[in-house]
Design a protein around this ligand. Structure first.
Ligand SMILES: [Fe+2]
Ligand SMILES: [Fe+2]
Length: 223
């Protein structure tokens, strides 16, 4: 007996948020940050960066590296990690409040459109933010999401919300760390830089630990 099944339509989650047309029409700008906006999303973003810039210090970063590179918190496959991000909204993003799994598929899909021949880069796009699962294992968002920057020296003017968020950071009062070069030597190279702790460095360390066969350039892109 033949059973007729009606066609199943699946919604591609990456089609849910397509702001390109709206942006063109109303002149929307991405990555706008404000320290005094009444907008709920802007307030959440500001609070996330305020906590980050208050608590991320050289000691804090070193303690988090030691803690998370033991890799003793959980075991998880790539697809499971993507699923976990279905329930995670990044509090540092001023533009959208959608689950981060959508960002993963959108990134991979856009790379596929521009680089159809580079399967490794498409995969890199898909997994680049999976380090955010730290937030589902006890880490506050200010130690997971957002832009990272070098610690151990004064924050550059390009650091997000720099002028209004560093006043209570203990390193900002420490003469070893609060100058332009801080604990670094001029020309020391990126390998000697200690970045604020977050999902980028964590995912890089996860891939190294698991002996990922992605090319080094992919690991560097994620980091
Ligand atoms: Fe990221
Ligand atoms: Fe991302």
């Amino acid at each position: 007996m033949k059973v007729l099944v009606p066609p199943i339509t699946l919604q591609d989650p990456s089609e849910i948020f397509r702001p390109e047309k709206v942006i063109k029409e109303c002149g929307w700008q991405f990555r706008k940050y404000s320290s005094d906006s009444e907008d709920a999303r802007q307030k959440t973003v500001y609070e996330t960066y305020l906590q980050m810039h208050t608590h991320q210090t050289v000691d804090f970063v070193n303690s988090k590296i030691a803690e998370w590179t033991k890799f003793d918190k959980f075991k998880c496959g790539i697809l499971d990690a993507l699923d976990k991000l279905n329930s995670f909204v990044d509090d540092s993003d001023p533009d959208i409040a959608l689950p981060n799994s959508i960002h993963a598929y959108q990134t991979a899909e856009r790379i596929r459109a521009h680089h159809p021949d580079k399967d490794w880069m498409q995969l890199t796009g898909l997994i680049h933010d999976l380090g955010k699962v730290m937030a589902l294992y006890g880490e506050p968002q200010w130690a997971v999401v957002g832009d990272t920057y070098p610690v151990g020296c004064s924050a550059a003017p390009s650091v997000v919300l720099r002028d209004s968020t560093f006043r209570d950071n203990s390193d900002a009062k420490n003469p070893l760390y609060n100058t332009t070069l801080g604990m670094y030597k001029e020309g020391c190279g990126l390998d000697s830089i200690l970045m604020s702790w977050g999902h980028d460095e964590y995912m890089y360390q996860v891939l190294k630990h698991n002996k990922s066969t992605l090319p080094q350039i992919a690991l560097d892109m994620i980091r």
